[in-house]
Design a protein around this ligand. Structure first.
Ligand SMILES: *Cc1c(COP(=O)(O)O)cnc(C)c1O
Length: 377
């Protein structure tokens, strides 16, 4: 239940469409559904469920906390934490069958006397991102030696991450060649899964020679990883943001609107108020952008407030009308382009003060509003 006229709709059929097409196109045997950051703001449990149904085999998140929350809903599914965890938390991760990442030699040293339940570990190689991962053949050799002879470690995966798969340049090839060179002479069959690609690499470059898996994030949600990527098939944006007009008024020429009185009507105008603002992740930067009402576009005028914002409308618009702030007409990627950022940031920003409604076959099949209704599953 919720009592405000602002909501996000997630079309789960579209996520199913995206995952199944990408899975078929990529040819990967293993596909991680990347559901970190509450599935990029979409809702981790709901997205994970439909992604697994559509052909994903594993889940991936950034932090152990995210993995532990998912474990409660997915007792059997393989879940990888892609970022570093504290060495002292390995026992807890292993008890919950969460796979973790060995990202540098100091971490591997710190777990050398770990003797808890067998810990599943993927080894992360840094081939040019310079964020986390082992660098160069000596570090790789030493890591392999230490992890293989560790009595409580199951080394089951090997991976790297591309810095530029979303743009056209040679750095991808450089990283890809660096990975190939690093693993030359290593028996890769000892790993259940070797994975390099994110969404962009999967859509732009296909399967690499040495990989049998990939990590699918942004494209699963139907959002293109970059503007210049020619998509091999249609991606369908699953996320849409809506609100209903709470007040409608006519103001006279010279009337000012909002904080700082920054907007002044140049003539008589109709102004509608919407019940969402920057505390919902509808940031002040959206001022001046357009929103949709029934296929037509209207501008946001004045400052975006914490809980509300105002738009200029025409005579046809009525009190209670549904306004679509992000959808099929004005997409998440359009908003990102307007704001000089990436579509990832737009969906991740919409806060948990906004309820999420889940749709399948055009019907509402669930909702999520944990922060206020206290649901814990
Ligand atoms: C977030 C993340 C991904 C997913 O990237 P997309 O561009 O959203 O597909 C893959 N791998 C790692 C290591 C990540 O952190």
């Amino acid at each position: 239940m919720f009592y405000r006229d602002t909501w996000v709709e997630i079309d789960l059929d579209r996520i199913y469409h995206n995952v199944s097409h990408i899975k078929a196109f990529s040819g990967f045997e293993h596909l991680f559904a990347v559901v970190k950051a509450n599935a990029y703001g979409h809702g981790d449990v709901e997205v994970a469920r439909v992604a697994l149904e559509a052909g994903a085999s594993h889940l991936a998140v950034a932090f152990l906390d995210e993995a532990l929350a998912l474990r409660k809903q997915f007792p059997q599914t393989k879940i990888l934490v892609m970022g570093p965890i504290r060495p002292t938390d390995l026992q807890h991760a292993a008890e919950q069958q969460i796979t973790v990442t060995a990202h540098d030699l100091a971490w591997i040293e710190a777990i050398s006397d770990y003797r808890g339940p067998r810990a599943n570990i993927h080894l992360k190689l840094d081939t040019g991102m310079n964020r986390i991962g082992l660098i160069g053949p000596e570090q790789l050799d030493q890591a392999l030696k230490q992890l293989r002879q560790h009595p409580a470690v199951n080394l089951c995966g090997l991976f790297t991450h591309f810095a530029t798969a979303d743009c056209i340049d040679d750095y991808y090839k450089q990283q890809s060649r660096a990975f190939d060179a690093l693993v030359e002479g290593i028996d890769l069959s000892q790993f259940e899964i070797v994975h390099q690609s994110n969404s962009a690499a999967m859509l732009r470059h296909g399967k690499q020679q040495h990989s049998n898996g990939g990590r699918l994030g942004i494209a699963m949600y139907g959002l293109p990883p970059s503007d210049d990527l020619e998509l091999p098939f249609e991606l369908q944006q699953a996320f849409s943001l809506h609100a209903r007009i709470t007040q409608l008024k006519t103001i006279q020429s010279g009337t000012k609107v909002g904080y700082a009185a920054s907007y002044e009507a140049p003539r008589e105008e109709r102004i509608a108020t919407l019940p969402l603002g920057y505390a919902d992740g509808w940031l002040r930067y959206h001022q001046g952008r357009k929103v949709e009402i029934d296929g037509r576009r209207f501008p946001i005028v004045g400052r975006v407030c914490m809980d509300q914002c105002m738009i200029r409308v025409d005579d046809e618009v009525q009190l209670g009308d549904q306004v679509t702030l992000l959808g099929d007409l004005i997409t998440v990627t359009d908003a990102a382009d307007d704001l000089n950022t990436i579509n990832y940031e737009i969906v991740c920003s919409i806060s948990d003060r906004v309820p999420r409604l889940y749709k399948r076959g055009g019907q509402t099949v669930g909702e999520r509003y944990d922060r206020y209704d206290g649901r814990t599953d």
